[in-house]
Every structure is written in structure tokens, then in C-alpha cells.
Design a protein. Structure first.
Length: 300
């Protein structure tokens, strides 16, 4: 089972230091030039999941190993990585130039409603790599350069502006054709995990009080996938490091937070939408996951 690299481990391995606000800032964001990681002391990360998102602009020849796929790339490539899928890459060029930014999910959820995992490049089974022409490379490089300028500024609302730059880059990529140089390895567990995650995400966002989250247990998903629940649980655990129930609970609490913050629905309505028979059951679930009641979370 692939281990998960935390954001703290990333900073320790890359820089041997931690940002002062890393532990408190769930919406962490940072941006770098790839040239700063060249030379004999550069480290290659092993094939593993990260607990943060990453967007790469890299030039040269590389092979990315991503979930049960490998992607061979040559030239300028924009690549999107999400925490649900393990990855690493081999550099085939002598020199490597480009940019990358990293961020936690809170960087988005604190500023907008909806899940970043709904976006095609971050979605389960999505194609994460986009080959760029020189003109497209220049456009994306300009966005990264603006990020670098902004991250070092004293502007009070710089993280709102940085999120706009990330969003601009995402939408720019969505207009491009994803690269088709993907080939799958025969990994049934990864395929089951991808389909499970897609089924889970397909139920969100909750957009009206009459909509209801119905696939709430591992057995519900196993029935949909026509596999034994024990087989599903083993596949999810081995490929993601989390249990099926943990994935469902995390997604439920994420949507609950969004509904509490961004709608005027009462707690009973939100409880019903999320599949709880009684508001008290929802209160107990939310308190267990967040150490807060839904009502106290809403007024913070």
C-alpha cells in the first residue's frame, strides 16, 4: 500500500523547514519554480499519495506514473494531481524547467461552494495531463509568474487573488484537449476505487432541500458495483489508505459544512438531505467529525 506524503513532509524533504503557519492554515497555498529544485541535491519522491493538490507546468521528457496509468510526456505539459491518487514521475531530460503550486482542499472550500474533485482534471478516472504549445506555455507561465509575485506581496487579500489565478488556469486547461498517451495497467483494485469515488461524488453537490444523499454505506456501494462488500473495503483501503466509511464520512461532512455556510436551510433540512433519519443523528455525526455542533459551526 502506498504511503501518503503530508504537506509537512513535503516541506521537510524539499527545504528542511516548515512554514510557521502550516499547522493552522488548512487552506495552505504555495508556488515554486522547478529550476529551484535542480542539481545533485535534488530529491526524487517515491510513488505515493500526497495529502495536498499539486499543479505542474514542466518542460522536457518525463514519464508520470499516476494511479493505474503511466503517461509519457515530451515538451511543455500542464499536469494536475489530487490527494486521492498516488503518483510520481521520472525525468528523462537533463534539465527541467517550469513551475508548480501546491494547496490544500481548504484553499478552495473556504472561498467557494462545491468540491474541487468535481473538476474533470481532478475527478476519479480523469485525464490529468495537457500538452501545451509554445503560445499556451507562455500563457500558463504568465499565470504562474503572477502567483509568484503575489505570494511574496503584502496584499491583504492575496489568497483570494491566488485562488482566482488557480481557477483561471483550471478553466484554461479545460478548454484544451487532454493528452491521449495514457495506458492502463490491469489493476482491478484501482478501477474499483475510481468507480466508487465517482459514484460518491456524483451525489454532490446537494442543490435543493428535496435532494437526498442515498448511497450512505459500504454495502450500498458494493451493491451498485456488484462486488462483495469485503472486496470493496479491501480495494479502497489498499489503494487509498482509508476505509470506505472514512471516505463517505469525509465527503458527507464536507458537504454539510458547505450547506451550513452557504445556504439558509435549517439543520433539519440539511440533516434530511444528507440521508439522516433524525436531526439528532446528524448532530452526533457532525460533532464526532468536527468537535462542533452544526449550529455552532454555522455561526463561527
Amino acid at each position: 500500500m502506498a504511503e501518503t506524503q503530508t504537506l509537512a513532509e513535503f516541506y521537510q524533504q524539499k527545504f528542511n523547514w516548515l512554514p510557521e503557519n502550516l499547522q493552522q492554515d488548512i487552506g495552505h497555498f504555495n508556488v515554486f519554480r522547478l529550476e529551484d529544485f535542480q542539481g545533485p541535491s535534488a530529491k526524487t519522491f517515491k510513488y505515493s499519495r500526497r495529502d495536498f493538490y499539486k499543479i505542474n507546468l514542466v518542460r522536457g521528457r518525463n514519464v508520470y506514473h499516476y494511479a493505474d496509468k503511466s503517461v509519457e510526456l515530451d515538451g511543455s505539459t500542464l499536469t494536475f494531481f489530487n490527494p486521492q491518487v498516488p503518483y510520481t514521475y521520472e525525468t528523462l531530460s537533463e534539465t527541467k524547467t517550469g513551475f508548480f503550486c501546491i494547496f490544500k482542499e481548504g484553499f478552495f472550500t473556504e472561498r467557494m461552494r462545491g468540491s474541487i474533485n468535481e473538476l474533470p482534471m481532478f475527478a476519479p478516472g480523469g485525464k490529468p495531463s495537457y500538452i501545451l504549445t509554445e503560445e499556451q506555455d507562455a500563457h500558463v507561465s504568465q499565470i504562474f509568474t503572477k502567483m509568484l509575485d503575489e505570494i511574496n506581496s503584502d496584499y491583504r487579500y492575496k489568497y483570494d487573488l491566488l485562488m482566482n489565478y488557480v481557477t483561471e488556469m483550471i478553466h484554461y486547461a479545460l478548454k484544451l484537449e487532454p493528452t491521449e498517451t495514457l495506458y492502463k495497467h490491469p489493476d482491478a483494485k484501482s478501477r474499483i476505487t475510481s468507480i466508487f469515488t465517482e459514484l460518491l461524488e456524483r451525489q454532490f453537490p446537494i442543490e435543493s432541500p428535496s435532494q437526498r444523499f442515498t448511497l450512505r454505506s459500504a454495502k450500498d456501494f458494493a451493491d451498485q458495483l456488484a462486488v462483495h462488500v469485503n472486496h470493496l473495503n479491501r480495494a479502497i483501503k489498499e489503494t487509498t489508505g482509508k476505509t470506505t466509511t472514512e471516505h463517505i464520512s469525509e465527503r458527507l461532512v464536507s458537504e454539510a459544512k458547505a450547506l451550513l455556510k452557504h445556504t439558509n436551510w435549517n439543520v433539519s433540512e440539511i440533516s434530511y438531505c444528507l440521508g439522516f433519519e433524525e436531526p439528532a443523528h446528524f448532530n452526533n455525526f457532525f460533532r464526532k467529525q468536527t468537535s462542533q455542533t452544526p449550529s455552532s459551526f454555522r455561526i463561527v
